[in-house]
Design a protein around this ligand. Structure first.
Ligand code: ADP
Length: 262
């Protein structure tokens, strides 16, 4: 970390002279190593459910297995397949975010309309186990992509529910920011995040507790998507959290991203 990597090439140059070319390849090397990590992570994430499915298929070959067990195995394989599908969907979203510019897809996004869908989805995920509140006090729309914003806001809400024990409270809001911009804010009263993890949780596949995330259907890609979408809208993702108290996630949109509703 902090060290410089140079590629040095020496060419003969005239009589008894040499030309020395040196190139800083620190970023190239870093990108290459990030790419390798990413491929290793994806392979690992897919291998685990595939191993489970292939194990059950092997067992199902045994014709003596009872009908009850058969259907239990099929359910378990279905769950693993859904996991893989979510992972692939999220990878495709990230790839699309990486490769296409936002400008071609910008429309006037009415946050109130997104809130209707977000609230229905949040309640269905929580299944009545949390108190969920939504406030849309800022009467301004966002210039951006509605599908991307829906996915970013949705990811923050899903996390709030996922990492908040039964009986906890989740609030999400669209309100004005101090500097005249707008902020999408999600607060939960959940397990919280220790301060040393906060700078890393937006990295792809970084999770504080891998098994907890897996058990609740997490892929470790949600916050990477949120951060990407925010930056494509010139917005900033902020995270504040306290262990066993809860977390605040907010996306701050600058004034020039907001437009009048009518
Ligand atoms: P995951 O699919 O694992 O939820 P994310 O990228 O959405 O992946 O989040 C990364 C990690 O950040 C999670 O695994 C979890 O450890 C932590 N995290 C995210 N949101 C919250 C939250 N609201 N409360 C506590 N921890 C959270």
């Amino acid at each position: 970390q902090g060290s410089l990597m140079l590629m040095v090439q020496i060419f003969p140059y005239g009589e008894n002279r040499k030309l020395l070319l040196s190139q800083d390849i620190t970023i190239l090397k870093k990108n290459e190593s990030m790419r390798q990590d990413f491929v290793a992570n994806v392979s690992h994430e897919l291998r685990t459910p595939l191993t489970v499915v292939s194990g059950f298929l092997e067992t199902l070959r045994d014709l003596k297995i009872s009908k009850v067990d058969q259907s239990r195995y099929v359910d378990l394989m279905y769950a693993q397949t859904s996991r893989m599908m979510t992972l692939v969907e999220e990878l495709l979203i990230l790839t699309r975010l990486d490769s296409s510019p936002l400008t071609s897809k910008t429309t006037k996004v009415i946050v109130e309309d997104l809130f209707d869908k977000l609230l229905v989805d949040a309640k269905s995920l929580s299944q009545g186990k949390h108190l969920i509140e939504a406030n849309c006090s800022l009467k301004m729309a966002i210039l951006g992509s509605d599908s991307e914003l829906l996915s970013a806001f949705g990811n923050l809400i899903v996390n709030a529910i996922r990492y908040t024990p039964e009986g906890g409270k989740i609030i999400f809001e669209w309100k004005s920011d101090q500097d005249g911009g707008g902020v999408f804010f999600v607060k939960d009263s959940g397990i919280g995040i220790a301060s040393e993890h906060i700078p890393r949780i937006t990295e792809r596949f970084y999770r504080v507790d891998r098994s907890r995330s897996r058990d609740t259907g997490g892929t470790g890609l949600g916050l990477a998507i949120v951060k990407h979408v925010a930056s494509r809208h010139n917005a900033v993702l902020k995270i504040e959290s306290e262990l066993a108290v809860g977390s605040d996630f907010s996306i701050h949109f600058p004034k020039d991203r907001l437009v009048e509703l009518n």
